[in-house]
Ligand binder design. Structure first.
Ligand SMILES: O=C(O)CCC(=O)C(=O)O
Ligand SMILES: [Fe+2]
Length: 218
């Protein structure tokens, strides 16, 4: 037996541990519909995405294609697709990092049948001046893509001290959970989980959101 062939399969590194901050006091168990992973992006990547948003100019967020309601969602968004002409290398890097995080989440926690990203990633900005936020909702819907949403991932792009309010609050089971505000941390949840972004009262909150799609939960 000589040394392994150059193209021998190298096993993937072990998955980094998920950060489980949420444990229900009543049972001591982790809620099934929530997970967080730190340092998916570093501060320089978060800054670059915020600069990209400001350079390209976000537009008023629609709920689904073309439908807007300031009573439901108040934020500006930039889709990392046709909206973004200027930064293909950055967008490619961000897409890759997001796909790696999704693989960790799904392998270690959710175990869903997923078949891809049917929608572009989206940067959102919620402004304190406008009480920006998004009321309680689920991400699954009836449209051809919304009905295939299975997993949502929100990355905290802003530093926690840059805004007040603006918490991502999830209701995966019985008790609402406030997601971590750490910069670069990813929060993942199934697309049937109720969640909200509470109104920003000061400063601005930026997030990057991805949805991952697959056949229905049936
Ligand atoms: O900004 C976030 O963290 C979440 C946004 C959200 O819930 C959505 O776009 O559906
Ligand atoms: Fe949502």
């Amino acid at each position: 037996m000589g040394p392994p062939a150059a193209d021998a399969t190298i096993p993937p590194p072990p998955a980094p541990p998920l950060r489980d901050e949420a444990v229900y006091p009543a049972t001591g168990l982790r809620p099934a519909g929530f997970a967080a992973l730190d340092n998916v992006f570093d501060a320089a990547e978060c800054d670059a995405l915020i600069r990209l948003f400001e350079a390209e100019g976000g537009h008023n967020a629609a709920l689904v294609r073309g439908v807007q309601s300031a009573g439901i969602r108040r934020s500006r968004v930039l889709w990392l697709d046709g909206d973004t002409g200027g930064a293909p290398a950055l967008v490619a890097r961000i897409d890759r990092r997001m796909a790696e995080a999704v693989a960790v989440f799904n392998r270690t926690r959710f175990g869903f049948v997923l078949d891809g990203f049917d929608e572009a990633l989206q940067i959102a900005r919620y402004d304190g001046d406008d009480a920006g936020g998004y009321i309680r909702h689920v991400d699954r819907g009836e449209g051809p893509r919304a009905r295939r949403r299975k997993l949502g991932v929100s990355i905290q792009l802003s530093a926690p001290e840059d805004y007040a309010g603006g918490d991502l609050v999830l209701e995966p089971q019985a008790v609402p959970i406030t997601g971590p505000r750490r910069r670069g941390t990813a929060i993942a949840f199934p697309s049937y989980v109720v969640h909200e972004v509470t109104p920003v009262t000061q400063g601005q909150r930026y997030s990057l959101v991805a949805w991952i799609h697959g056949p229905g939960f049936v």
